[in-house]
Design a protein around this ligand. Structure first.
Ligand code: MN
Length: 202
């Protein structure tokens, strides 16, 4: 079995002006495509071949750099495309809003905490909002293509929201202004989909 590059749920230019079409196209057709191909090559003819991506990452041998980097890259970008929408923005509602208020005090405090996690990740990596069994949420950050599903990354739970802070995600439009890119991301967050992930994993 091999993994397929997922289609974007919107056009490359759909997230403009927050995320530009050229960045989206290169990010999807080159970067995500590369992780997908390299993951398939890394698991071909191994005992990982028939497993789901969740299974592969949760039981990962962290010394297996090819699967760690490319399996992470495959999964993380799939989450990333889906948590964004041209109709996104605003604030979370319902049970997710309540869980965010319980963990952070308010949506604004959550936004600050998440933005700080994204801004202070040195080099390349991701910021996450994760849910634990029972419904508690937390913010954390991982380096490179690691993610909270992997063992012992200092960050656990199921990711419900993820932000890519590799330079390839923003450099064409924002150059070194990562904080501007982080701010813009909040205008395209698909909270309906994030809520769905929260409900399915709490
Ligand atoms: Mn990326």
């Amino acid at each position: 079995m091999s993994f397929q590059l997922p289609k974007l749920p919107y056009a490359y230019d759909a997230l403009e002006p927050h995320i530009d079409a050229r960045t989206m196209e290169i990010h999807h057709t080159k970067h995500h495509n590369g992780y997908t191909t390299n993951l398939n090559n890394a698991i071909a003819d191994t005992n990982l071949d028939a497993k789901s991506i969740g299974d592969i990452l949760e039981n990962l041998d962290m010394n297996n750099a090819a699967v760690r980097n490319n399996g992470g890259g495959y999964y993380n970008h799939d989450v990333f495309w889906k948590v964004m929408s041209p109709n996104g923005g605003g604030e979370p509602k319902g049970a997710l809003a309540q869980a965010i208020n319980e963990a952070f005090g308010s949506y604004e405090n959550f936004k600050d905490t998440f933005s700080k996690a994204a801004a202070t990740r040195f080099g390349s990596g991701w910021a996450w909002l994760c849910v634990h069994k029972g419904g508690k949420v937390e913010v954390c950050s991982t380096p490179n293509q690691d993610n909270p599903l992997m063992p012992d990354v200092g960050c656990s739970g199921i990711p419900v929201l993820g932000l890519d802070v590799w330079e390839h995600a923003y450099y064409l439009n924002y150059q070194n202004r990562r904080p501007d890119y982080i701010n813009a991301f909040f205008n395209v967050i698909n909270w309906d989909y994030v809520s769905e992930r929260f409900e399915n994993n709490k």
